[in-house]
Design a protein around this ligand. Sequence first.
Ligand code: HEC
Ligand code: HEC
Length: 302
Amino acid sequence: MKHVMLIAGAALAALVLAGAGAWHHHNHPDLDAPAPAAMDVLDKQGKVLGQHVLPSAQEIAGLSNAESVMLGRRLLNETARLLPDNVGNGLNCNSCHMAQGRFALRNHYINTGGNYPRYMPRPGKPIDLAERINGCFVRSMNGHKLAVDSAEMKGMLDYMHWLGQGMPQGSKVAGRTEGEIDQTLQPDPLRGEAIYAAQCASCHGNDGEGMKDQFNEYLFPPLWGDDSFNIGAGMARLYKAAAFVKYNMPLAVNQEPPFGQGELSDQEAVDVAYYFTQKPRPDFAGKANDWPRDKKPKDARY
Ligand code: HEC
Ligand code: HEC
């Protein structure tokens, strides 16, 4: 605990030194900051079992499967460049699972290794983790499945298991994968368009096309169009997109004033999420097979 406090103290001092004096609640750690050193570990009833210390990247070199974990970590960062046959758009896994899945509210992977195999309503059957990863390849990445026995798949699996290493079976870290959003809110498309122009277009482009560097690689990922996620992706769903946007966007060094604009309200997040999720994007060929037994979520695109 003392260790944790020290780290929190150092982060606070760094913020104060950087002149960010006006913040009140700090939901948004800087992506370059170390991930939180320890998180509460809960059992199935929500009782705190202890703390999970997130392993640091420096420890990878000492692992018996170091090369595989390193490969997996790199693939999550540079997915489009390293796996062109499997990625059909301009995204990396990190575009949505930010900072290699180490932060609460940013689709973290800390519990992921222990989450599978399990029943999923979308396919209507139990799936293992490799299949779940391939779900993101064919939907979020609008691409093709990775061979489950490939070194690349093994690397991603090994990386995810390593993040949650040592946690008791059936336990989870308390940090949520996505933030809460009021799902009764109805979107206002015009307000969404105005928020997009004011707070998103500078990075994601006036037409959602993102922004590329001189090597033709994306600096800022696209939000709609051919190079975006397809309609079968979780991010194509209104409230999932709104939850991501509310706690993570607009990306800034520090989302709190004076550098950042502060976080969007639930209503603003729903408005802007409606605006970009409804824009044209690739179709998903397998959509007819989704939710064969369970009720389709109300914000599914099909
Ligand atoms: C466009 C955004 C986006 C991209 C890109 C993306 N994902 Fe996801 N992923 C999600 C969302 C949102 C979820 C949450 C599940 C849901 O409800 O659909 C998710 C869920 C997952 C899960 C399940 C986690 C768990 O603990 O149950 C895994 C594993 C995963 N993604 C891996 C990947 C990998 C690997 C890549 C890159 C090949 C990737 N994702 C690319 C948005 C994305
Ligand atoms: C300062 C630049 C910047 C601004 C402004 C910004 N974003 Fe982003 N956005 C990013 C970056 C960079 C990523 C990828 C995250 C990563 O790689 O860590 C991203 C990722 C995303 C993603 C998931 C990946 C994808 O392309 O689908 C969504 C959705 C998103 N942003 C929506 C928004 C919305 C909505 C706004 C306005 C409210 C916004 N962003 C403002 C830079 C920005």
